[in-house]
Design a protein around this ligand. Structure first.
Ligand code: NI
Length: 138
């Protein structure tokens, strides 16, 4: 088994806010990310696929296919958008890095598996210092 990773980048706005909580509690729990007038992050995403190299190509997955898939299913939907409002696959969800990474996994998994390899990890950096890794499952 060998692992191959494609890195992509997007900029997006969000806020973390629960309407069923008071402003004070939102500010206490979510800090700067609860700012009512939104704020942005420069996200970095690393999508790792695992599998065996194909005999004819030596590839686990064609990186042209993988980058096009990530662009169409993830980047085009998120880049320069408001995650809370504009992004169909985040509708009704908390716009945290954790939930976003899980939703991105769900955007990609089926089509990667159809290529005879496996989605291994979605690593998502919200800031230089804060990132999450999702390996599927619960
Ligand atoms: Ni934030």
């Amino acid at each position: 088994m060998i692992y191959i990773t494609r890195k992509e980048h997007f900029n997006a706005a969000h806020k973390l806010h629960r309407p069923d909580w008071s402003e004070e509690k939102n500010a206490e729990v979510f800090g700067k990310c609860s700012n009512p007038n939104w704020h942005g992050h420069n996200y970095e995403i690393f999508v790792t696929v695992k599998g065996e190299p194909a005999e004819e190509t030596g590839f686990v997955i064609d990186l042209k296919f993988l980058s096009k898939l990530i662009k169409e299913r993830v980047i085009d939907k998120l880049d320069h958008k408001n995650i809370n409002i504009d992004v169909d696959f985040m509708a009704g969800k908390m716009a945290s890095t954790e939930i976003l990474a899980i939703a991105i996994w769900d955007q990609l998994e089926t089509e990667i598996n159809e290529k005879g390899c496996y989605l291994h990890c979605v690593k998502l950096y919200e800031t230089e210092n804060n990132f999450v890794e999702y390996f599927g499952g619960k």
